[in-house]
Write a protein that binds this ligand. Structure first.
Ligand SMILES: C/C=C/C(=O)SCCNC(=O)CCNC(=O)[C@H](O)C(C)(C)COP(=O)(O)OP(=O)(O)OC[C@H]1O[C@@H](n2cnc3c(N)ncnc32)[C@H](O)[C@@H]1OP(=O)(O)O
Length: 257
């Protein structure tokens, strides 16, 4: 399958740099992009000279999350061949460090993927959002399990129930990112360069240890969430939310029970 031009993949020394490249859609991730992201992870996993992966977004935007048109076309999320599910699993089990630089917006999976990466740096003006409830959906990618644990129950309820944007400073205070930076991509590249000089087996083993105590629960929660999320995609609350987004109007949930 042809790689998507909307995901750029570039080897920079021992780092495979992968960037979202669909700025006119705020780097919304479509199915072809998920396939390219997964292929890039596989390439980085198999290449012994690659020591880390760096993910960022072109055009000063990280990503507005899943392409809402793909959801509106009801892609089957419970099919194990679904590109979104395959990507989630590929990142979850990726053995080498993944470093992220967030500029602009990081929405939906743009924020939840951070939970499965290893180091993340956010621009001073970066904005994060988990708008699942606002969309008539529910949390995904184990965010309902991991966010209360990293950020605390109160912050998790605020981020996941209200679904409003929050700042890089708040993301840092909630342990979603490592630091707030004027130049997060440069910071992320510097971290990758440091990782490249470290003993690779020790890095991989330590990453595996850091993930192992939660991995069974994470997988269980991902499965539970995805079943509920897939069901919600066919419900009228989602139809109203996504209709309102594309029609550029406020959604009206007043008549729903
Ligand atoms: C498993 C994964 C789950 C998830 O990821 S769920 C989360 C899904 N994502 C969202 O709900 C975010 C939707 N997008 C937004 O809320 C806003 O955008 C932003 C806050 C990210 C940016 O707002 P602004 O700067 O005002 O840009 P704009 O005019 O809304 O967007 C520019 C063009 O990009 C299209 N677009 C933006 N995000 C998406 C998307 N996620 N899916 C499909 N299209 C998107 C718009 O419609 C518009 O298009 P046009 O220029 O034709 O009006």
């Amino acid at each position: 399958m042809e790689p998507s031009p909307e995901v750029l993949v570039e080897q920079r020394g021992a780092t495979l740099e992968v960037s979202f490249n669909r700025p006119d859609r705020k780097n919304a991730i479509n199915l072809a992009m998920y396939r390219s992201l997964t292929a890039a992870l596989l390439r980085a996993k198999q290449d012994a000279t690659t020591r880390s992966v760096l993910i960022y977004g072109q055009g000063g935007i990280f990503t507005s999350g899943n392409d809402l048109n793909d959801f509106a076309n009801a892609s089957n999320l419970q099919d194990e061949n679904n590109p979104i599910v395959i990507f989630m699993q590929a990142l979850l089990s990726f053995p080498k460090p993944v470093v992220v630089a967030v500029e602009g917006v990081a929405v939906g999976i743009g924020t939840t993927l951070l939970l499965h990466c290893d180091l993340a740096y956010g621009h001073t003006d970066a904005r994060f959002a988990l708008p699942f409830v606002k969309l008539g959906l529910c949390p995904e990618y184990a965010s309902s399990y991991l966010i209360p644990r990293i950020a605390g129950a109160a912050k998790a309820s605020e981020w996941l129930l209200l679904g409003e944007e929050f700042s890089a400073q708040e993301a840092k205070e909630g342990n979603l990112i490592n630091s707030v930076e004027a130049a997060p991509l440069a910071k992320a590249r510097a971290a990758c360069d440091k990782l490249a000089l470290l003993p690779p087996a020790a890095v991989r083993q330590s990453k595996a240890l850091l993930k192992q105590t939660t991995s069974d629960n994470v997988q269980r929660v991902i499965d539970t969430e995805i079943a509920l999320f897939a069901k919600a995609l066919s419900q009228p609350e989602f139809a109203e939310a996504v209709g309102a987004f594309f029609e550029k109007r406020k959604p009206d949930f007043s008549h729903f029970e």
